[in-house]
Design a protein around this ligand. Structure first.
Ligand code: SAH
Ligand code: SF4
Ligand code: F3S
Length: 450
């Protein structure tokens, strides 16, 4: 989960209007913010990192848990004095809260000028020009990506996101995503391939394929046949200059055989898989409508590890789901112990309006807090062990930025760990062999291999 301002300010044009974007939520929102910034660039807006200096502030929001959604309103509260000082400041709300709450946002917060849902943001430029309504939250028939201006021919950072699939038909009982992002839609092969080739031509070496159920992607391939996600990864791996491929987020029930074998066959596909399971209790999995058992998940992990023995697994968990007992919680701890994750996100259940579980009797809040702590302690122990297990290994590191200390560079290992290296001669975008020599809380330390 990220919570960040886009940092690549382009200051070439001094007369241009300035756009400040704040992104909440998942990687797909990060990708969407980038696309909105590019669409607005065509309108003459350049990005700024300073909200106080902006002509337009765009908040790209997340609705997944109550806390995430409420953040929008505290941020809007802080924008009020700025708007009072400069009434021509435009304030826009995009993303999943925009979709879920629509005009409720402008009613509660009159400082907001524009509300645009995640499937309609190709209309943002027209909205800003006053040529479209100021609230757009429909799910249009057309593919929004086809109606966005082409991505600009500027050089890009070495690692990029690429959305290949959006929406969700799974309807887990706790989750807002099927409502905020709509039905599952796969982008066509040729558009994905075109965007991927374009990114590689602009200096990108690592692409993370995004989708709410990314492994449910399917489409008609360049050979006229129906392709699954594994086949798409094979095609992307054949692009000259594509050094690394990752994908997120996957559903266990969509891990097809061809995708599992792609982990064995495609060297560009990194040995890392985020596969949310949510709970280790069959009773709770059923109540969550996850449509698989704990045992099925464990056997799936066996098959994946057979194909790629060094793969690192990560996951998401919800504790305190309605009806969860101590025995259910113990089942979750047992599953975690059996899989041994590289790292994982765990959340306290948050009831979301409009979802099937919303009205179910809640677990005592203090009990849920204690369970969350116990689960996180176990996951932290596993993360530490996984990181310490990297010490002595030599791994590829793709360098993405300079470190705080002079001469230090920071990059990502095959396993997505941040690696700090004293390497004054290494450039951003270099993919170099590094020996891991130390582990800190959330990062590794390495040295260049001569
Ligand atoms: N498509 C992804 C999930 C996206 S949401 C998937 O199927 O895994 C990311 C994570 O947020 C989920 O995996 C879940 O662990 C958590 N989450 C979703 N809804 C939640 C809720 N109501 N309360 C607490 N955590 C939630
Ligand atoms: Fe939400 Fe479940 Fe869909 Fe993931 S699979 S986005 S958790 S409904
Ligand atoms: Fe949040 Fe929407 Fe992503 S609810 S997690 S921003 S899909």
């Amino acid at each position: 989960m990220t919570d960040q301002a886009i940092k690549t300010a382009d200051t070439s044009d001094r007369a241009a209007k300035k756009l400040f974007i704040k992104t909440y939520g998942c990687q797909m929102n990060v990708y969407d913010s980038q696309r909105m910034a590019e669409a607005m660039a065509v309108e003459g807006y350049v990005l700024t990192e300073d909200q106080n200096d902006a002509d337009m502030v765009l908040l790209n929001t997340c609705h997944i848990r109550e806390k995430a959604a409420e953040k929008l309103y505290s941020d809007l509260g802080r924008l009020k004095p700025l708007k009072a000082e400069r009434p021509d400041l435009k304030i826009g709300v995009a993303g999943c809260v925009a979709q879920a709450e629509g005009e409720e946002i402008t009613r509660r917060m009159p400082v907001v000028d524009l509300v645009v849902g995640p499937q309609a943001y190709h209309r943002l430029p027209a909205m800003v020009r006053g040529e479209a309504p100021n609230i757009v939250t429909d799910f249009p028939e057309e593919d929004k990506f086809e109606h966005l201006p082409e991505r600009r021919a500027t050089r890009r950072a070495p690692a990029a996101f690429l959305t290949v699939q959006e929406g969700c038909d799974k309807f887990c009982a706790f989750c807002v995503v099927p409502y905020t992002r709509g039905a599952e839609v796969s982008r066509p092969v040729e558009r994905i391939m075109r965007e991927a080739r374009d990114l590689v031509a602009r200096g990108v070496r690592e692409i993370t394929l995004l989708g709410q159920n990314v492994n449910g992607w399917h489409g008609v391939g360049e050979d006229g046949r129906e392709w699954g996600f594994g086949r798409l990864i094979r095609a992307l791996g054949d692009i000259d200059g594509m050094d690394r491929i990752r994908y997120t987020t996957s559903h266990p029930n969509d891990m097809a055989d061809d995708l599992i074998s792609a982990h064995r066959d495609v060297p560009q596909l990194m040995p890392y898989l985020h596969l949310p399971v949510q709970s280790g209790s069959d009773r709770i999995l059923k109540a969550m409508n996850r449509k698989h058992t704990a045992e099925q998940y464990l056997r799936l992990i066996d098959r994946i590890r057979n194909a790629r023995p060094d793969i690192m697994l990560t996951s998401d968990f919800i504790v305190g789901f309605p009806g969860e007992t101590d025995a259910d919680h113990q089942d979750t701890l047992r599953l975690v112990a059996e899989v041994n994750f590289g790292t994982a996100f765990s959340f306290k259940y948050s009831p979301r309006p409009g979802t099937p579980a919303y009205d179910r009797p809640e677990v005592d809040s203090k009990v849920a807090d204690d369970r969350l702590q116990e689960l996180q302690a176990l996951l932290t122990k596993q993360q530490r062990a996984a990181q310490e297990g990297m010490i002595g290994r030599t791994l590829g590191v793709l360098f993405e930025k300079a470190g705080r200390i002079e001469g230090q560079m920071v990059g990502k290992s095959d396993y997505l760990h941040s690696v700090f290296v004293e390497a004054p001669n290494v450039q951003i975008g270099d993919l170099v062999q590094v020996r891991i020599i130390g582990s800190a809380r959330n990062s590794l330390h390495g040295e260049l291999v001569a």
